[in-house]
Every structure is written in structure tokens, then in C-alpha cells.
Ligand binder design. Structure first.
Ligand code: ACO
Length: 382
């Protein structure tokens, strides 16, 4: 039987422990703590150890969410993983998480909408639960951007970090969970943010895996991000028939503090009702919103019955927003002992190891030059 809603019943996160701060980055590229802080709000980002893969941190977050929910993993019949940094092109990393949980039934697949990925994945799982196709889902946002970054490019290397969080989504007839959603895409702007080096465009072109070059028009991304996040926020509020005053907390995608401030201002919501994590983690792409939700819950910022707005944007240029009604319970039903394994290296040592591997191979310059989208004015950075 079809359910009325899908509620977010438990959360778990697994953010790598090692931290690269802005002063560390000063030792690698021509940048400064002052520039990064004032332009973006970012002070530090977390980096996964070389032995960790997207599915590893995804599995840890999934296990934490399942323990918090106090449920048997076997009751999960759907896993949707949002990531643009999967372990492999195929199989989907969600499948490795299903295997890691010892689940032998139900569906598992990845969704790729870059920083909007978690919201897109949540809508995907929500739709399946409401049709009755599945009963209980795990929705995960996991990214290891440290592997994808061109660490020699100051324009982009300072912006991103690694992280992961998961949510248990449960079919319910109660009036809670995802109240309204709006997903969209400015496909004409897909060339303003692109990573060269991954994908079939570069097959047989002499590009070494892991060598990347970013197309990145920061100012155009900024404008489109504010527009898409604001439009989708206005849309979900109208769809739900509520005003901005009804929103208890905004948990937005966190790429740049100034983007968040513009979106809040346009929505007419004061910053006191916006949950900000960009200073702690930088931009973790699809992991950003779920990690922020976990932190907001742990810090007591999500009250029983709270209405939460989650505007996001990402490469594509994708944009989206959810309006989520929390239930009466905003604390875990059980504790979790799940932890990522320790790593003996410092974060800066790990970053320098990534750089050394790339240096020893030499940059795949000719292959990375690749075709550009004809209609975009994007410039290659790095
Ligand atoms: N350190 C020091 N200087 C820098 C750095 C750096 N890390 N990066 C750029 N600069 C320099 C530029 O070279 C430029 O120098 P110039 O004036 O001599 O040419 C100067 O700083 C100003 O550069 P702008 O690009 O104009 O700086 P801006 O104020 O626009 O800020 C920023 C740049 C922070 C990237 C901003 O445009 C932004 O945040 N845009 C949105 C980006 C974003 O959200 N990306 C995430 C996408 S999500 C996803 O899907 C992956």
C-alpha cells in the first residue's frame, strides 16, 4: 500500500578525522588564510587517509545511522548513495555498502548530481517509499574530493573536503518527513564547473587516472547558485503553503558563506535560523547537507516538529530544495560505537603524498585539454 510520507528517522556521519587548515594550504599553493576565510568562510577541511574509499566511509555512516535507529540492517530494502567520487565507475559504490551491511535483498544504486546529490537521492528514495515499492531506505551522501582535486590549483584546492553522512528513511502515514521538494538544472551552464580527467572523454587520450584539471568560473557559479537555491526555496515554501517565518532552521549546501547569506536574505530568514558548517568542513559536495543535518541534531538545533529547509546546488548546474518536517523524536534511539580506523599520517603529509604521486607521473596535459562545451565560456584553471 502506498504511504503518505517518508520520514527521516535516524542519522549517522563519518567524517575523516585528519584536518587540513588554511595555514597548511599556504605551504602548498599561493594562498592565505585571510583570503580563504574572507572569500569563503572556510577555515579547515577533513581529509581521508589513502586507504579509505567512498564506500568505506559510506558503510561507517550507514552503520552509525542503523545503530541510532535501533533497527536490524536486514529491514533496509533500498540504498541510494549520492556521490560524484565513487570507488569505481561500476559497480555502484552503494552496492559495496549493501554487501558491507550483509544485506542480500533489495536495491542499491548511486545518484550523481554533485553537491545537490543528497537532496536528489532523498527525493529518489522518498518517491520509491511513497509508491510502496520499498519500505525502509538508507540515503547516503559520501565524497572524497581529496582524490579529485588538482592540489596545485589554488582556485579550487582550498574549497573542498571529504566527508559522509547517512539517513534512515522510513515510510509513514503521519504528516512528517519530506513535505515538499523541488529539483532543477541549468544545463546551459554545465561548462562553468567541470572536472577534466575522469570519464570516457579522456579514455585512450594518455590521461593518468587521478590527474585532473578544473574548469571553474567562480563568479558565475556564485550567481547561479544564489538564483537556483533561492528559486527552489521559494517554490517549496509555496508548495507547502507556508511562509519563511514557519521555517525553524535552514540547513543549506555549504560552498561559501556569502552564498548562504545571500540565499537567507532573499528568503527573508535571519542568519540565526541558518545552520552553518562551512568553516569546519569546507564543501563536501553531496555529503555537506547530511553532515550538517547530523551536526544540527547533535547540537540540539533541531527541535521536535521542526520545519527544515535544505537548499543546495552543484555542478551541472543542479539546484534543489527540500522542506522537511521532523517528528517528535529528534534524538537517537541507541548509541553508536562506529568509528573510522586511525591513520598515522598528518593530513598535510597525506596531501603531499597525493601531490607526489601526480608529480612523478607528470601531468597528462594534452589529454586533459579535451573538447570543451561549445556554448560555454568556461575557462580552464590550473
Ligand atoms: N588564494 C588567493 N587568491 C586567490 C585564490 C586563493 N585560493 N583563488 C583565487 N584567487 C585570486 C584570483 O586569482 C583573483 O586574482 P586577480 O584579481 O589578481 O585575478 C582574485 O583572487 C579574485 O578572484 P575571484 O575569482 O574574483 O574571487 P571571488 O571573490 O569571486 O571568490 C570564489 C572566488 C571563492 C571561488 C567564489 O567565486 C565562489 O565561492 N564561487 C562559488 C564557487 C562554488 O560554490 N563552488 C562549489 C561548486 S559545488 C560543486 O558542485 C563541486
Amino acid at each position: 500500500m502506498a504511504a503518505y510520507h517518508a520520514k527521516l528517522s535516524a542519522f549517522g556521519s563519518s567524517v575523516p578525522k585528519k584536518i587540513v587548515n588554511n595555514f597548511d594550504l599556504e605551504k602548498i599553493v599561493d594562498t592565505s588564510d585571510e583570503w580563504i576565510r574572507t572569500r569563503t568562510g572556510i577555515r579547515q577541511r577533513h581529509i581521508a587517509s589513502p586507504g579509505e574509499f567512498t564506500s568505506h566511509i559510506g558503510l561507517k555512516a550507514a552503520q552509525a545511522a542503523i545503530q541510532h535507529a535501533g533497527i536490524d540492517a536486514q529491514s533496509i530494502d533500498l540504498i541510494v548513495l549520492a556521490t560524484s567520487t565513487p570507488d569505481n565507475t561500476f559497480p555502484a559504490s552503494a552496492v559495496a555498502i549493501q554487501a558491507g551491511l550483509g544485506i542480500h535483498h533489495g536495491a542499491a544504486f548511486d545518484v550523481q548530481a554533485v553537491c545537490s546529490g543528497f537532496i536528489f537521492a532523498l527525493s529518489t528514495a522518498d518517491s520509491f517509499l511513497r509508491t510502496g515499492a520499498f519500505k525502509r531506505a538508507l540515503v547516503i551522501g559520501a565524497e572524497l574530493f581529496s582524490r579529485l582535486l588538482d592540489w596545485e590549483d589554488r582556485t579550487t584546492a582550498v574549497l573542498f573536503g571529504d566527508g559522509c553522512a547517512a539517513v534512515v528513511l522510513q515510510a509513514t502515514d503521519r504528516d512528517e518527513g519530506i513535505v515538499a521538494d523541488k529539483l532543477g538544472c541549468y544545463a546551459d551552464a554545465r561548462g562553468i564547473l567541470r572536472v577534466r580527467g575522469y570519464g570516457t572523454t579522456y579514455g585512450n587520450r594518455g590521461v593518468s587516472f587521478g590527474d585532473t584539471l578544473w574548469d571553474f568560473d567562480g563568479q558565475e557559479i556564485f550567481k547561479r547558485a544564489v538564483h537556483g537555491m533561492s528559486e527552489s526555496s521559494a517554490h517549496v515554501l509555496a508548495k507547502a503553503g507556508v511562509t519563511a517565518d514557519a521555517v525553524d532552521l535552514v540547513v543549506p549546501h555549504q560552498a561559501n558563506l556569502r552564498i548562504i547569506e545571500f540565499v537567507a536574505k532573499r528568503a527573508g530568514i535571519p542568519m540565526e535560523r541558518v545552520f552553518v558548517t562551512v568553516h569546519k568542513y569546507g564543501n563536501m559536495s553531496a555529503a555537506t547537507v547530511p553532515v550538517a543535518l547530523v551536526d544540527a541534531i547533535e547540537e540540539g538545533r533541531v527541535t521536535p516538529g521542526a520545519l527544515i529547509l535544505t537548499p543546495a546546488f552543484g555542478a551541472g548546474l543542479t539546484w534543489c530544495s527540500h522542506l522537511i518536517r521532523f517528528g517528535e523524536r529528534v534524538t537517537p534511539l541507541a548509541t553508536t560505537d562506529v568509528e573510522l580506523p586511525p591513520c598515522g599520517k598528518t593530513a598535510l603529509e597525506m596531501v603531499n603524498a597525493f601531490r607526489a604521486i601526480k608529480d612523478s607521473r607528470g601531468r597528462s596535459a594534452a589529454g586533459l585539454a579535451g573538447p570543451v562545451f561549445p556554448e560555454s565560456g568556461a575557462r580552464a584553471s590550473g
